[in-house]
Design a protein around this ligand. Structure first.
Ligand SMILES: Nc1nc2c(ncn2[C@@H]2O[C@H](COP(=O)(O)OP(=O)(O)OP(=O)(O)O)[C@@H](O)[C@H]2O)c(=O)[nH]1
Ligand SMILES: [Mg+2]
Length: 252
């Protein structure tokens, strides 16, 4: 089994992407299972094969621990790790070629607490990859782009897994799509755009961070993907395949 984890800021398009990746893989003859890791999810656009909500009920967590909705979400996020064996057993029963994990909207609950890294590290898989969604609506200016690139680097640091960065909901960018993609593929272009947008101390900070990101070797060249038009899915699935096979070579 190969494990694909979808992460990104709230509303970036993780669940809809999950719903289009599932038929994408099954149409190619692969078996695929979906895993919802969001205890607070409502109205998912797919029917999860494995659903953390079957093991963890937010209302019960609120009542049992006398917590409000936010406190319950935090505790439930921590309790996800205690259900690791249930998730693994369910996956073993299905025995899919691919498992696609949809993560909670509150990325800090998944990446910065212990459950997310624990599940990614301990799920039994021949290869694993994290897909981080740069939400198109959050990267419309150069400084916003650098901020989300920093978040992507931070997620990579926390989850310690090979990561593919994509520009999600790319259809929403319209004529700005080319510009944002060019920032992601050329640090000098992004730096020039930063200079245009913001001079002075904000430029100093963002350009220094950008150069350090570039030096770190982390690639933030984005694959534009739209779950509504399906644009970019071919490119994304080819990148997933390439990265998963590289991971297998490294583990040999
Ligand atoms: N136009 C467009 N809308 C999209 C796309 N992907 C998702 N959306 C819409 O964006 C909204 C959020 O999408 P979700 O898939 O629920 O995002 P999410 O990251 O799972 O959200 P949370 O789990 O709440 O953090 C929904 O209204 C989707 O229909 C896309 O590629 N293009
Ligand atoms: Mg979602």
């Amino acid at each position: 089994m190969r494990a694909i984890f979808l992460t990104g800021t709230a509303g970036a398009g993780k669940s809809l992407l999950c719903s289009v990746l599932l038929p994408w893989y099954s149409d190619k003859g692969a078996t695929v299972a979906s895993v919802n890791l969001d205890p607070g999810a409502q109205n998912l656009p797919y029917e999860p094969d494995i659903d953390i909500r079957d093991y963890l009920d937010l209302t019960t967590v609120m009542q049992n621990y006398q917590l409000g909705p936010n406190g319950a979400l935090i505790l439930a996020a921590d309790l996800v790790a205690t259900r690791m064996n249930d998730i693994q057993e369910a996956l073993d029963t299905i025995n899919p070629d691919y498992a696609i994990f949809d993560s909670p909207g509150q990325i800090e609950l998944f990446a910065y607490r212990n459950s997310g890294p624990y599940i990614i590290e301990n799920i039994s898989a021949e290869g694993r990859t994290v897909i981080f969604l740069f939400d198109s609506t959050l990267v419309s200016t150069p400084t916003n782009f650098v901020s989300i690139a920093l978040l992507a680097a931070s997620i990579q640091l926390r989850l310690k897994a090979p990561q593919i960065n994509i520009l999600s909901r790319s259809d929403m960018l319209g004529p700005n799509l080319k510009k944002v993609v060019s920032w992601s593929s050329s640090a000098p272009k992004l730096e020039a755009a930063l200079y245009e947008e913001t001079k002075g101390s904000a430029f100093q900070l963002s350009s220094t961070l950008l150069r350090d990101l570039a030096k770190s070797g982390i690639s933030y060249e984005l694959i534009p993907v739209s779950s509504t038009t399906r644009d970019g899915l071919l490119d994304l699935s080819a990148t997933i395949t390439r990265q998963l096979s590289q991971g297998e070579e490294m583990e040999e």
